[in-house]
Design a protein. Structure first.
Lengths: 111, 113
C-alpha cells in the first residue's frame, strides 16, 4: 500500500540555520502531497501542498517541491526561527482520497 | 470563528469504563474523521464519515465506535477502553470527501489505566 517515510527526529538547529526535513513516498498513481505542522498543544495545520509533479508548495518561508523522479517532497526553509519549533508531518492523499501520514519530525530551534 | 472543537481535552480513566469524546465543527463540512497519534507512528485513521448517517472504518477501528446523526457532530465512543487505547486523539473535518484541506481539532489526550 501507499506509505510515507520521514526522517527521524528530533532535528535541533540554531536560529537562522537552513532547514531540510526529508520526506519520501511510495504510491500508485500520482498522489497529492502535503506538509502539516503541529505546534505544541495544538492540532495540525496545513502548511503547504503540491498536487502534481514539479509543483512547488510554499508558505511562511517554507517550501517543498514534488519530485516524481525521486518520489520525494522535502521541506526546506532558508532561515528558521524559534517560533518554527513544532512537529512536521508529511502526508499523501491516496486514490481513495484518504490521507496517509508520515511519523512526524520534531524540530527544535535554539536561540 | 471557524473551528473544530473536541471535549474533553484531557481524560484519565480506567479499563472498561465507557467514554465518549465529542467533536463538533461549525463550518458545515461534509467530511469528518478521527485519528489517533502515537509516537513514531504518525496519525492513523480510526473512522471517517462522508456525510450524515454515513460512516466507515479507517485503518485502526477496533475498539471504537462513531455516529454521525448531525452534520456538525461526530463523537468517538470507547465502549470498553483498554490501556492500548492510551493515545492522543484528533478530530478533523473538510468540506467534501477527503478532497479538501482538513481542519483539525486541538486534540484529546486519553490515558486508560
Amino acid at each position: 500500500g501507499d506509505s510515507v517515510t520521514q526522517m527521524e527526529g528530533p532535528v535541533t538547529l540554531s536560529e537562522e540555520a537552513f532547514l531540510t526535513i526529508n520526506c519520501t513516498y511510495t504510491a500508485t498513481g500520482y498522489p497529492s502531497l502535503f506538509w502539516y505542522v503541529q505546534y505544541p498543544g495544538e492540532g495540525l495545520q496545513l502548511l503547504l501542498k503540491a498536487t502534481k509533479a514539479d509543483d512547488k508548495g510554499s508558505n511562511k518561508g517554507f517550501e517543498a517541491t514534488y519530485r516524481k523522479e525521486t518520489t520525494s517532497f522535502h521541506l526546506e526553509k532558508g532561515s528558521v526561527q524559534v517560533s518554527d519549533s513544532a512537529v512536521y508531518f508529511c502526508a499523501l492523499r491516496d486514490s481513495n482520497y484518504q490521507l496517509i501520514w508520515g511519523a512526524g519530525t520534531k524540530l527544535i530551534i535554539k536561540p | 470563528e471557524a473551528q473544530v472543537t473536541q471535549n474533553p481535552r484531557y481524560l484519565i480513566t480506567v479499563t472498561g469504563k465507557k467514554l465518549t469524546v465529542t467533536c463538533s465543527q461549525n463550518m458545515n463540512h461534509e467530511y469528518m474523521s478521527w485519528y489517533r497519534q502515537d509516537p513514531g507512528l504518525g496519525l492513523r485513521q480510526i473512522y471517517y464519515s462522508m456525510n450524515v448517517e454515513v460512516t466507515d472504518k479507517g485503518d485502526v477501528p477496533e475498539g471504537y465506535k462513531v455516529s454521525r446523526k448531525e452534520k456538525r457532530n461526530f463523537p468517538l465512543i470507547l465502549e470498553s477502553p483498554s490501556p492500548n487505547q492510551t493515545s492522543l486523539y484528533f478530530c478533523a473535518s473538510s468540506m467534501r470527501t477527503g478532497r479538501d484541506e482538513q481542519f483539525f481539532g486541538p486534540g484529546t489526550r486519553l490515558t486508560v489505566l
